[in-house]
Design a protein around this ligand. Structure first.
Ligand code: SAM
Ligand code: SF4
Length: 336
């Protein structure tokens, strides 16, 4: 394990995986209530428990100084956090960071896309589970599809290197839209990833096992219409990619159930309250808020805590649909 005194030190865990990617959840709040992500009535964390933007920047800086080259700003809905553009601009300036990317539900993109691009965000992921306004409303409980589509159009105008759509596919809810969503991406030169629902948090809206629709089924559906060629291209995340023949579009599959992606895990997550989660599907974590607040100006203490966290990064998740969820935090708390 690296010594924080001889920086920059690559973060390497017990399984020899090098950590180069931080997912930073800037808020647990959201203006949507997606049925797979949270309950309709949710209690958000009190503000005093949430890291300030300055504290988040200190963590981001420490990670970059320790060799992290990619940061994803996420949430909750990152664009509802007040002054998030300040944080994004500051992170965008960090020396050594190659990639600043953002995941959003798109509801505020129409107003913010230009500023995000100018602030240094290179790639954007926008969640889009349906192209049918009513269905979109049902899946997000409150979302306005039109607004999101206008947001996507604004993002295309703003000149991001790449825009990727993310769609969580649920059987009998939106599995019949796999082709339409792909065609939407193809027509606009965007990528699209299909995500298997993960058992994070207890939800009452549906039985996660009943709506499970595997990546292999999605791929088979797509192959009725498109020719998919496997590609070794990667964006440094968990997607396995295929190129849609004769198009500029890649289709990715994020398959926590059917194709576990833990062996080449390169990432950790910081929750909005400063908990460093070492694995999406396990509770192992380190409380960086305590370190930050015990010695606010001591970046060395922060780095030492981060380096030490490598010793508790677990080998992998063990998601199962046939038992109650082991992880009680929702994706919105996790930093998806
Ligand atoms: N609010 C932003 C958004 O929706 O893009 C960013 C945060 S959201 C938690 C990040 C991604 O996680 C979204 O693409 C969402 O669809 C996905 N997600 C949320 N809950 C999930 C779950 N239980 N299983 C799989 N993906 C989930
Ligand atoms: Fe909000 Fe994103 Fe969760 Fe939907 S998936 S409720 S948009 S955090």
């Amino acid at each position: 394990m690296g010594n924080a005194d001889t920086l920059p030190t690559p973060l390497v865990d017990r399984f020899n995986r090098r950590i180069t990617y931080l997912r930073l959840s800037v808020t647990d709040r959201c203006d949507f209530r997606c049925v797979y992500c949270m309950e309709e009535k949710v209690e958000f964390l009190p503000r005093s428990q949430i890291l300030t933007l300055e504290e988040m920047l200190a963590v981001a800086r420490a990670f970059v100084e320790l060799g992290v080259t990619k940061i994803r700003v996420t949430g909750g809905e990152p664009l509802v956090r007040k002054n998030v553009l300040w944080l994004i601009r500051e992170i965008g300036r960090l020396d050594g960071l190659n990639e600043l990317v953002l995941t959003t539900n798109g509801s505020r993109l129409e107003q913010m896309a230009q500023d995000l691009r100018a602030g240094g965000v290179r790639r954007l992921n926008v969640s889009l589970d349906s192209l049918d306004p009513e269905r979109f409303r049902r899946l997000t409980r409150v979302g306005d599809l039109d607004k999101v589509l206008r947001g996507i159009a604004a993002a295309r105008q703003a000149g991001f290197d790449r825009i990727k759509l993310n769609a969580v596919i649920l059987k009998h809810r939106n599995h019949d839209e796999i082709s339409a969503l792909t065609q939407f991406a193809v027509d606009r030169g965007m990528d699209i990833s299909f995500i298997e629902e993960m058992p994070l948090g207890v939800i009452g809206e549906h039985d996660r096992a009943e709506v499970y629709y595997s990546s292999d089924q999605i791929k088979a559906d797509l192959e009725r219409r498109y020719t998919l060629a496997p590609t070794t291209e990667t964006t440094g995340g968990p997607s396995r990619y295929y190129r849609v023949q004769n198009t500029d579009t890649r289709v990715g599959f994020i398959s926590p159930h059917s194709h576990n992606f833990c062996s080449n895990c390169n990432r950790v997550r910081l929750t909005a309250e400063g908990r460093l989660l070492l694995c999406l599907g396990q509770e192992d974590s380190v409380d960086l808020r305590a370190v930050l607040r015990a010695s606010p100006d001591n970046s060395q203490a922060l780095k030492t805590a981060i380096v030490s966290s490598m010793a508790v990064k677990p080998q992998g998740h063990d998601f199962a649909l046939d038992r109650a969820p082991k992880i009680l935090r929702f994706m919105s708390h996790t930093g998806g």
